[in-house]
Ligand binder design. Structure first.
Ligand SMILES: Cc1ncc(COP(=O)(O)O)c(C=O)c1O
Length: 502
């Protein structure tokens, strides 16, 4: 039988000598010598081996060999451990304590479609001691949290609170409560997330009517009006205010007005818009709205703020059929988040809710309008820089979301490689295209705490150097200069405005 050389020997063969292996891995030669002597590379190097050898030795080979040569022994457990759990417990091989260490994520600059970076004040608040979800101190905090949410949503709706779960749960909550089997729902789709709304309508037993727009365009009010005229029995109109998959913003005020004109309620997705661009629930008459904690609110993911008009609450209370989901049934959850009672419904994610309270407080302190203006300002600077590199936006300027900037990947450039390099060399995360836009665009998020001038400049500088390496005729420094120019112009305009109003 031919003996296959072990991974350590293969590394030496690939690189020519132990010294060259040490150089490639930026290691002391003694470490490599030890690998060769023991005849295997420790499993923790698996990923690095695959990367450095460009896949010629795969991480799985390293892990399999290391596990065979050095089986896991959990020595810290006594042989006569109580509850029958000993070293020979077959489960220990799945979670070997000797191999698993505390997790310390790297510091990243998050400029994708979310999650965003989190303000240190929010992180600190989140690490405060746990308390019970019915503790009077917590209950007091819940009331503040609701009023802070009313502020960011610009609403007086009493039923405004965070659902335990990501934005997708907020979306589902709206559909499950509002759509009874047989209800006709008009869904406007101009990207990925309108498609998810459609899926929700179907799963609730509703009758969907799809109004489609090109990905990158906003929802066309005329098409909605035509659909409403053709379907006078439609009970609900659903649309995404800020389509994260393309960076296009729709005119929520006009779309809601049209729904009301034809006696339909509105469900609005404000996952990416809330906190970054105006969302005015009362002024625009929105009936049901949901968002997510990890976008422009810059909190930890896993919470979905929602708000419902009195009309919606009455409609749900009047439903004769049983709502299909126990967890999502608005009537039951009212017992915990409603105005008067505080009874057990589910165990609320208390520390995440502390964090959301702090994240909203930061917006309250900054001022909502200032937060919208900040997103707009840094978007203009980023846009100036990206365009100076010759990149083209997917969406027309007048409907561009400041917090989600989608640009086309130039012909001949390896889209995924650029993202990988930004992450590995500059620790910057940006987003890829979804669905039909996969491989064709990059998405640069400027959301919440990530929306800062230092991130704009770092991103432009890193991208410039990566694109130049990729062979594009990018002159390093031009993008930064264009962004500085955009900031300078905005400063001048601000100064002139102040002078006029003084
Ligand atoms: C517009 C929109 N709706 C819904 C969602 C779903 O939110 P989550 O990922 O928090 O479940 C997202 C997520 O990116 C989104 O951008």
């Amino acid at each position: 039988m031919v003996e296959v050389p072990n991974c350590a020997a293969r590394l030496v063969e690939l690189f020519g000598s132990q010294a060259e292996v040490a150089r490639a891995f930026q290691l002391d030669r003694a470490v490599v010598h030890h690998w060769v002597k023991t005849g295997y590379v420790p499993a923790r190097w698996a990923g690095e081996v695959e990367r450095v050898t460009q896949g010629r030795i795969s991480s799985v080979e390293v892990i399999n060999e290391a596990s065979a040569k050095n089986p896991v022994r959990v020595k810290s457990r006594p042989d006569n451990a109580p509850f029958g759990m000993s070293e020979s417990d077959p489960m220990s091989q799945y979670a070997p304590t000797k191999r698993i260490h505390s997790f310390h994520p790297p510091q990243r600059t998050l400029m994708g479609p979310g999650p965003t970076e989190i303000h240190p004040r929010v992180l600190t608040t989140m690490s405060q001691p746990a308390i019970g979800y019915l503790d009077p101190v917590f209950v007091e905090m819940m009331e503040e949290l609701k009023s802070l949410l009313r502020y960011v949503y610009q609403t007086k709706n009493p039923l405004t609170f965070p659902i335990s779960g990501p934005g997708s749960v907020g979306m589902e909550y709206c559909f499950v409560n509002l759509v009874a089997p047989g209800d006709k729902v008009i869904v406007c789709q101009n990207g990925v997330f309108g498609g998810r709304m459609l899926e929700n309508v179907i799963r609730c037993g509703g009758v969907p009517v799809l109004v489609e727009d090109k990905w990158g365009d906003p929802v066309d009010p005329q098409k909605l009006e035509d659909a409403l005229k053709k379907n006078p029995d439609a009970k609900i109109v659903a649309f995404v205010h800020a389509e994260t998959s393309t960076g296009a913003q729709s005119d929520a005020k006009t779309l809601v007005k049209l729904a009301h004109k034809h006696d339909a309620l509105s469900i609005v997705d404000a996952v990416t818009s809330l906190g970054g661009t105006p969302v005015k629930v009362d002024e625009w008459g929105i009936d049901a709205i949901y968002s997510a904690s990890q976008k422009c609110l810059s909190c930890t993911p896993g919470l979905s703020p929602v708000s419902f008009s009195e009309r919606v609450v009455e409609r749900v209370k009047a439903r004769k059929d049983k709502i299909h989901s126990w967890f999502m049934d608005m009537n039951l959850l009212l017992g915990y988040w409603g105005a008067t009672t505080r009874t057990y419904h589910h165990t609320a994610p208390t520390n995440s809710l502390f964090a959301l309270h702090e994240a909203l407080l930061l917006i309250r302190e900054e001022g909502l309008e200032n937060s919208w203006a900040r997103h707009h300002r840094h978007h203009l600077a980023l846009k100036a820089g990206l365009e100076a590199m010759g990149l083209k936006f997917l969406v027309e300027e007048k409907v561009q979301l400041p917090q989600m900037n989608a640009v086309r990947c130039p012909e001949g450039v390896d889209e995924a490689k650029v993202r990988r390099t930004l992450l590995s060399e500059f620790s910057i995360e940006i987003g890829a295209g979804l669905g039909p836009l996969a491989g064709k665009i990059w998405r640069f998020g400027l959301m919440g705490y990530s929306c800062r001038p230092d991130n704009v400049m770092l991103c432009l500088s890193a991208l410039g150097s990566v694109l130049q390496d990729a062979g594009l005729p990018v002159h390093v420094g031009d993008a930064e200069a264009a962004a500085h120019g955009a900031y300078a112009q905005m400063h001048v305009k601000d100064a002139q405005r102040k002078k006029r109003t003084a």
